[in-house]
Write a protein that binds this ligand. Structure first.
Ligand code: GDP
Ligand code: MG
Length: 435
């Protein structure tokens, strides 16, 4: 799938503006990528239409290519769809805050209960765990063992079949012990069924939780939407916990749930261990779904670094062939603003095999030093550079005269290339950011 998305770079052709024509096949790739990531097909359809509307007519920023720009638009819309900002856990004004977990059997509720308790404890809270899975024989024992591991008290009533009673008793005990959070671990079933929902509704009524979190296994894919809808219809959930994102799922379930049910993802589970919990960050999941390396931050950096007016006048200069060493220096400095070259190139998908970039950076610094040792006039008219001037420049920049010659020759070649391109519409520096 990563490869599929990389194709988008190649498929968005041309420059200047994104048009319905040049993004057509890229849109198709977006659609397929999302479907492959198990995003619900209705969600995908709406999303693709939205992207199309957003992208068509958009000016392409100088310094990046249309494919990169397109990916940035897709990325931003996905982040927006996933909630824009990080959704935080509620804290009620009066202790304790009650958090009720719900979800199918095996989704990871009990594990998450312990993870969340430790997460809260680290923040200085006093969590209390309540084990209300009265069906699975070892369920309460499982929670108790986890509680001991993280040194958090656990309320269970072995032998009891009254989940609702365990929860309200547990809440009282937690209050007596000055807990700031109570986490209710409930039972699940293999499928959504009425008796499960009734039990959960009962627990909700008895404990009035501030947060009902639906725990969803990220690997269930397309089923996520129906699951989330039925839990939400019965319980009016406050948020979602997506577990098992350490597997090879891309996490498309998150997109579907947020788009269809409208409830935020609050936490993710990324492993079986108690510390394998993270607050949900939409940007991270999107980058996982797209598998695009970090193209997005590259585009953001380019947006910051390259002044649009500068770019326009550069384009003019290339067209009328008045590009000189002064302009060249400016371009080098623009590239430097983007940060170390290695960092920039690493963000591009497929750039892993580029190898060591230190020599290229060293070369850039050298070129910069040489140009800086020239007078303004020399930069504008390099043809006046004869032996004595070259010697002076070489000395001033700590290089050999042969380095100065090499630079002048390269610059000359570059101008030849520019001349060729200036007949067409060429908005970028050849041999630099192109690609
Ligand atoms: P419950 O039935 O909803 O309470 O689910 P459990 O908490 O008992 O978890 C079921 C299985 O999933 C256990 O083997 C857990 O170790 C595992 N599990 C839970 N969360 C994660 C996770 O984020 N990543 C992985 N790889 N496994 C998890
Ligand atoms: Mg459990």
């Amino acid at each position: 799938l990563g490869t599929r998305f990389q194709e988008i770079f190649k498929k968005v052709k041309g420059h200047g503006k994104l048009s319905e024509d040049n993004i057509k096949s890229a849109l198709k790739e977006v659609r397929l990528s999302l479907l492959e990531a198990d995003v619900n097909y209705k969600v995908v359809k709406e999303f693709v239409n939205k992207i199309k509307e957003k992208a068509v007519g958009e000016e392409v920023i100088t310094g990046i290519n249309p494919g990169q720009q397109f990916v940035k638009i897709v990325n931003d819309e996905l982040v927006e769809l996933l909630g824009g900002t990080n959704a935080r856990l509620t804290k009620s004004a009066k202790n304790p805050t009650v958090i009720m977990l719900a979800g199918l059997q095996g989704a990871g509720k009990t594990t998450f209960a312990a993870k969340l308790a430790k997460f809260l404890k680290k923040k200085g809270e006093r969590p209390y765990l309540v084990g209300a899975d009265v069906y699975r024989p070892a369920a309460m024992k499982q929670l108790q063992v986890l509680g001991e591991q993280i040194d958090v008290p656990v309320h269970i009533q072995e032998g009891s079949k009254d989940a609702r009673g365990i929860c309200s008793d547990g809440l009282n005990v937690a209050k007596e012990n000055n807990a700031t959070y109570v986490i209710l671990d409930t039972a699940g079933r293999l499928h959504v069924d009425e008796s499960l929902m009734e039990e959960l509704k009962d627990i909700k009524k008895a404990t009035r939780p501030q947060e009902i979190l639906l725990v969803v296994d990220a690997m269930i894919g397309q089923d996520a939407v129906n699951l989330a809808e039925s839990f939400n219809n019965s319980l009016n959930i406050d948020g979602v916990v997506l577990t098992k994102l350490d597997g090879d799922t891309r996490g498309g379930a998150a997109l579907s749930i947020k788009a269809v049910v409208g409830k935020p993802i609050k936490f993710i589970g990324i492993g079986e261990k108690i510390d394998d919990i993270e607050l949900f960050h939409p940007e991270r999941l999107v980058s996982r779904i797209l598998g695009m390396g970090d193209v997005v931050s590259l585009v953001e950096k380019a947006q910051e670094a390259i002044d649009e007016d500068d770019a326009k006048s550069l384009e003019e200069k290339i067209k009328n062939q008045s590009f000189d060493l002064e302009d060249f220096l400016k371009q080098l400095q623009n590239i430097k603003k983007l940060g170390p070259l290695g960092g920039i190139l690493k963000m591009l998908p497929g750039a892993g095999q580029l190898g060591d970039l230190a020599p290229a950076e060293k070369e850039m610094k050298k070129v910069e030093a040489v140009i800086q040792s020239m007078t303004r006039e020399e930069r504008k008219k390099p043809e006046i550079l004869k032996a004595s001037r070259k010697k002076r420049i070489a000395k001033g920049s700590g290089v050999e005269v042969s380095d100065v010659n090499k630079l002048l020759k390269q610059f000359d070649q570059m101008k030849q290339v520019m001349k060729m391109f200036s007949n067409g519409n060429f908005p970028q520096m050849p041999g630099m950011m192109g690609g």
